[in-house]
Design a protein around this ligand. Structure first.
Ligand code: FES
Length: 141
């Protein structure tokens, strides 16, 4: 074996042996980033400071899709729904006084549990579990 062939074999060997290490390094970085936003099945959808402004937090591009988190009183638990109206797809808003989700397009109304209170919508809103952890608001389907 001449010197050039020997060096080629060593080069291929080094490349082949370092490939699994490089792949593992990339995989652990992805897992670490995911774990930051995924805490026990719950995913971060916003900050408590956003929710505190008017007791609602709307994130149309959260990791679980569109989500509207509301707090009905300072001491109550959170409620979270997919705010996409099941009638024609408008985004519902939270009416704090009447404690219901109201669609601005055709006036459908949903309860805090997502169930239809008034048509024309006939299907409930998708609901999520919601909680606060540190300064983050998290939801889980
Ligand atoms: S789109 Fe919501 S009631 Fe029609």
């Amino acid at each position: 074996m001449d010197r050039r062939t020997f060096l080629n074999w060593v080069g291929v060997g080094l490349l082949a042996s370092s490939l699994p290490v490089a792949i593992a390094a990339c995989s652990s970085q992805t897992t670490q980033a995911e774990s930051t936003n995924n805490k026990g099945g719950f995913k971060v959808v916003g900050k408590v400071s956003q929710l505190s402004k008017n007791d609602r937090l709307l994130n149309k591009n959260s990791p679980v899709g569109a989500v509207l988190v509301v707090r009905t009183s300072p001491t109550s638990n959170l409620s979270a729904v997919n705010p996409t109206c099941t009638h024609k797809g408008c985004t519902v808003d939270w009416a704090a006084k009447s404690q219901k989700f109201v669609c601005p397009c055709h006036a459908a109304e949903y309860g805090i549990d997502g169930k239809v209170l008034k048509g024309p919508a006939s299907q409930p809103l998708k609901t999520y579990k919601a909680k606060i952890e540190g300064d983050s608001v998290l939801v889980s389907s």
